[in-house]
Design a protein around this ligand. Structure first.
Ligand code: RI2
Ligand code: CYT
Length: 503
C-alpha cells in the first residue's frame, strides 16, 4: 500500500484515472495503466494509475475532483492493488462469439456500473456484441440488470406511457412536441432520453439548450407530478447507470450495436417505471435500419423483449429517408421544435406528421382516445396551443430557461452552401448532413449544426441556398464547409458530382 496526499484535479481522466509522480513509484510494485483501489476516510473507488513527471508533486496523488464526494485537497489517500475484474473472462467469451449465461451478463453490468472496467475492456465487450450479436435471452438479462441497478421510479397514477426513438436519423426532435401533447391530455409520460450516440444531437442535448436535463429521481417525480411529463437525460439520474457508460464508448465509434440498442432503451423504461412504450424505428439509407424488413425484425425483437420484462411495447416504423424537419444540431433543433409548438402551420410537415402520429398512438394506448382517433386528438391539442403551454410548464419545472424560439442562440459563424445548378433536389444524405454538423462542433457545441433550406423534391435555381452551416468556432466552420464541398449532402439532379482527372 502507498500513502499520498490528495491533489484535486479539474480534469476528467475517464475511467477514474489517478495520477502519481513517477518517482514515487520507483522500486514499488505499482505500474502505470494498472488497476488500483484508492481509499480515503470519505470513500473509495477503483481507478487506473497514470504517471507524470511534473503535473503532481512527489507524495501527491492527482484525482479528479468529484471522484470521492466531499474529499478535500491534502487529505490522506491510500493506493492499493485492485483485483482483476471477473468480467474479463466473460468479455473474452463474447469476443469468441460464445453465448453468455445470465450470471455472466449480470457481472459485466455490475462491474460496468462499479467502474471496474477500463476503456479497453469495455470497448472490447461492446465491439464484440457489434460483431457477434447477442441472443434474445442475453439481451433480456442485460436489459433487466441494467434497469435494476440504480434508482427506480414508481408512480401512483397509471398507465405510465413513454416514447423512444432508436435514433439514427438527423433532426429527430419529435419528442419535444410529442411529450407535451400527451402530457396535456392528462397522461403521465416521464420521458428519459440519451445524449447523441451516432447523431449530431440526442434529445437530451436538444432539451439542454432550453433547460436543465440532469434531474435526480426526486426532481423528476416533482416535475411529473406538476406537469404529467418531463424530458430529461437518463444518464443524469441514476436510472440504468450502465447505459450512459456504454454510450460513451459507442459515441466515438459512432456505432450502436443492436443488442445494446435494445437493452439501452428498455433498461431505461424498466427504471422509469413505464407500462406502455412506443418505439420509433426510422428506416432509410444512412440510418441504423436500412429497409422495412430490418425494421420489422427489430420491431419484433423490441416487442418480445418488452413482453419478457413486463412492458407493453408498440413500434412505429417511420420514414427516415432524409432528415426530420430542417434543423440538425442541438440549438437549431430546439429552436425548430419551439417554433413548431408556437406555430404548427409554418413548421416542416415531416416534423409535425411524425410528432402527431407518435402522440396519437400514445393517446390511444393511454386510453384517452379511441383507436383510430388519436392523431386527430393530438392535432387539436397542438393547434390549440395547449402543447406549447405544457412544454413551457415542463421547461420551467425542470429549472427554467428558454421558452421562446426567438431566444435560442445559434452559432455566430455561419456559411451558406448554394446550389451549383438549376434542378430538383433528388436526395439528402443523412450521413453526410450528420457528419457536417459534427464537424462544425455538434453536439458538444450546442450552437453548431446544419439548417436545410430545401428538402427532397424542392426545385432550385443555380445559386439558391441549399443549407447553412453554423458553428461557434471559425476553424470548425471552415472544416465543416470543406467537408460539405467534398461530400455533396444535397444532390441536385443532373449535377456533376465529381470531376476526375489526372491532375
Ligand atoms: O441518433 P442517435 O444519436 O444515434 O440516437 C440517440 C437518440 O435517440 C433517442 O431519441 P429519443 O430520446 O427517443 O428522442 C435517444 O434518447 C437519443 O436522443
Ligand atoms: N442505444 C440507444 C439508442 C437510442 N436511444 C437510446 O437511449 N439508446
Amino acid at each position: 500500500m502507498l500513502f499520498f496526499k490528495a491533489k484535486l484535479l479539474d480534469i476528467d481522466l475517464g475511467n477514474n484515472g489517478v495520477i502519481a509522480n513517477e518517482r514515487d513509484l520507483i522500486g514499488t510494485e505499482y505500474y502505470p495503466q494498472e488497476r488500483v483501489l484508492i481509499e480515503s476516510s470519505k470513500g473509495s473507488f477503483i481507478g487506473v494509475l497514470y504517471t507524470t513527471k511534473r503535473m503532481v508533486k512527489e507524495g501527491e496523488l492527482g484525482i479528479s475532483r468529484g471522484s470521492i464526494e466531499g474529499i478535500e485537497e491534502g487529505e490522506e489517500v491510500r493506493l492499493r492493488h485492485a483485483p482483476r475484474p471477473q468480467s474479463l473472462r466473460y468479455i473474452k467469451k463474447k469476443m469468441e462469439g460464445q453465448i453468455l449465461r445470465p450470471h455472466e451478463i449480470h457481472t459485466i453490468v455490475d462491474e460496468i456500473v462499479q467502474k471496474k472496467l477500463s476503456n479497453i475492456e469495455l470497448t472490447s465487450f461492446i465491439v464484440s456484441t457489434y460483431i457477434h450479436g447477442m441472443e434474445m435471452g442475453e439481451i433480456v438479462e442485460m436489459a433487466k440488470r441494467m434497469g435494476e441497478t440504480g434508482d427506480k421510479l414508481e408512480w401512483d397514477k397509471h398507465p405510465v406511457v413513454d416514447v423512444h426513438s432508436i435514433g439514427g436519423v438527423p433532426g429527430n426532435k419529435y419528442a419535444l412536441i410529442t411529450v407535451p401533447i400527451v402530457a396535456s391530455a392528462g397522461i403521465v409520460i416521464p420521458k428519459t432520453s440519451s445524449r447523441a450516440i451516432t447523431s449530431a444531437a440526442g434529445t437530451a442535448d436538444v432539451m439542454e439548450v432550453l433547460t436543465r436535463v440532469n434531474l435526480n429521481a426526486q426532481e423528476i417525480k416533482r416535475v411529473v407530478k406538476t406537469t404529467n411529463g418531463c424530458l430529461v437525460w437518463g444518464g443524469g439520474v441514476n436510472l440504468a447507470p450502465a447505459d450512459d457508460i456504454i454510450i460513451n464508448v459507442e459515441r466515438p465509434l459512432s456505432i450502436d450495436p443492436q443488442p445494446q440498442l435494445l437493452s439501452s432503451v428498455i433498461a431505461k423504461k424498466i427504471a422509469a417505471g413505464i407500462n406502455y412504450t412506443v418505439i420509433d424505428i426510422p428506416v432509410g439509407p444512412g440510418t441504423k435500419i436500412k429497409n422495412d424488413r430490418e425494421g420489422y425484425a427489430l420491431a419484433r425483437k423490441f416487442i418480445e423483449l418488452g413482453e419478457r420484462v413486463g412492458i407493453a411495447v408498440e413500434c412505429a416504423i417511420t420514414y427516415g429517408g432524409q432528415p426530420i424537419g430542417r434543423a440538425v444540431g442541438p440549438a437549431l433543433e430546439a429552436k425548430e421544435a419551439l417554433m413548431a409548438l408556437e406555430d404548427p402551420n409554418s413548421a416542416p410537415k415531416s416534423l409535425i406528421e411524425k410528432s402527431l402520429s407518435l402522440a396519437g398512438i400514445l393517446l390511444e394506448l393511454g386510453g384517452v382516445a379511441q383507436v383510430g382517433s388519436g392523431m386527430e386528438m393530438a392535432k387539436k391539442i397542438l393547434y390549440s396551443g395547449k402543447a406549447l403551454e405544457k412544454f413551457k410548464e415542463i421547461v420551467i419545472e425542470q429549472g427554467g430557461g428558454i421558452t421562446n424560439s426567438e431566444d435560442v442562440e445559434l452559432g455566430k459563424y455561419f456559411e451558406v452552401i448554394p446550389s451549383p445548378k438549376d434542378g430538383y433536389v433528388v436526395s439528402i444524405s443523412n450521413k453526410a448532413i450528420t457528419n457536417i454538423a459534427k464537424e462544425a462542433g455538434a453536439p458538444m457545441d450546442k450552437k453548431a449544426g446544419v439548417l436545410l433550406y430545401v428538402k427532397r423534391g424542392s426545385k432550385v435555381n443555380k445559386g439558391d441556398i441549399l443549407y447553412r452551416i453554423y458553428s461557434s468556432s471559425e476553424e470548425r466552420l471552415r472544416s465543416a464547409v470543406k467537408l460539405a464541398r467534398r461530400t455533396y449532402p444535397v444532390r441536385v439532379e443532373g449535377m456533376v458530382i465529381r470531376r476526375v482527372s489526372k491532375f
